[in-house]
Design a protein around this ligand. Structure first.
Ligand SMILES: [Zn+2]
Length: 341
């Protein structure tokens, strides 16, 4: 919930710059190798990076550009040279010894469905025009793709569902309290818009919770220390004023993927003590994601239980009989990579 300070004053061009994208569009994305391993190619903080994940382990190497091709040298001396070819990479592999071979690495993005709801003003609740809605949706799509596309996520946005503000703003004061936001979350679940395995985002023209709150993400059921245990079953609300020019949307969606705020007491629980990403830095700047965070997200989005692709079941613990005390910052507990069963 803690607002992020940074304005993207320059919009998405600044976003690309902050991501450290190479001047020429590199072959960022997630690829499946003939061996069954997978590879992430993404713009890292120190330059473009190739991250190979195989049953034998992981390795991360920098790649360099040479004309139309990119080159990387793996541990053990194996050299790779790859060229983008449509949605694939054509890869020439030169082992330390023996003959070279050619491989085609096929792009395999994880397609993430996104459910959108937009609160429609009435009474004291601010109004929103159809054009504002369209512009916000365009911006949401562009930001999600810009931030998470390089790790192989592809977002499929459903047309936004209008929600009458009177259904949510129960006291009619033109703003949403925490309880009213929880009520909205439950309403979206009842009407089938909020479902496991989706990113769920509500946009509102009205203030949320407290002054300065740009967005809030909360999990399924009542808020408990395990609120974000199920990484696939969360919900974010963002004040539409903070869509364009801010990193609020990808920040909150980061929470839906299991990333917590930096600088918070729970950051160690993610087992990523060296995380230096900026996207999840409360009050921080930019959208840079640390390679460890990227790897974590790759695991989150591809793990059979947790993954947005290939999810087996929606395993959600029953609601606690009584609502536990909300965490101090209201965001819920550290996400865990282990689902309760
Ligand atoms: Zn946050």
């Amino acid at each position: 919930m803690k607002p992020s300070k940074l304005l993207w004053l320059l919009g998405l061009s600044a976003l690309s710059a902050a991501l450290g994208a190479p001047p020429a569009a590199g072959p960022a994305g997630r690829y499946r190798l003939p061996s069954g391993s997978s590879a992430l190619v993404y713009p890292g903080s120190q330059g473009p990076t190739l991250h190979l994940l195989s049953p034998k382990g992981e390795q991360r190497v920098a790649w360099t550009r040479s004309g139309a091709a990119w080159q990387a040298t793996l541990l053990g001396g194996e050299q790779l040279e790859f060229r983008p070819d449509g949605a694939s990479l054509l890869v020439r592999v030169r082992p330390a010894s023996g003959p070279a071979r050619s491989e085609r690495w096929k792009a395999s993005p994880v397609r993430v469905p996104v459910s959108l709801a937009v609160l429609q003003g009435q009474g004291a609740f601010p109004r929103v025009s159809p054009e504002q809605v369209r512009e916000s949706v365009r911006e949401v799509a562009a930001q999600l793709q810009a931030v998470y596309g390089p790790i192989g996520l592809s977002f499929v946005l459903a047309p936004p569902t209008p929600i009458a503000a009177a259904r949510v703003d129960l006291d009619g004061d033109g703003r949403l309290t925490k309880e009213e936001v929880r009520g909205l979350r439950d309403h979206l679940e009842r009407i089938g818009l909020k479902q496991p395995g989706r990113v769920v985002l509500a946009l509102t023209p009205a203030p949320i919770v407290g002054s300065g709150c740009r967005g809030w993400t909360l999990g399924d059921s009542v808020a408990t220390p395990h609120t974000l245990t199920d990484l696939n079953d969360n919900f974010s609300i963002v004040n539409m004023r903070f869509v364009k020019g801010h990193h609020t949307v990808p920040h909150e969606i980061g929470h839906q993927f299991g990333l917590d705020d930096l600088g918070r007491e729970n950051r160690r629980r993610l087992d990523l003590p060296q995380r230096t990403d900026h996207l999840m830095d409360s009050g921080g700047e930019g959208v840079f994601l640390d390679p460890q965070t990227l790897l974590h997200m790759h695991q989150v989005t591809t793990h059979p239980d947790l993954g947005l692709a290939g999810r087996r079941t929606a395993i959600v613990a029953p609601p606690a009989p009584r609502e536990a005390a909300a965490p101090a910052q209201g965001l819920g507990a550290p996400p865990s990579l282990t689902l309760r069963r």
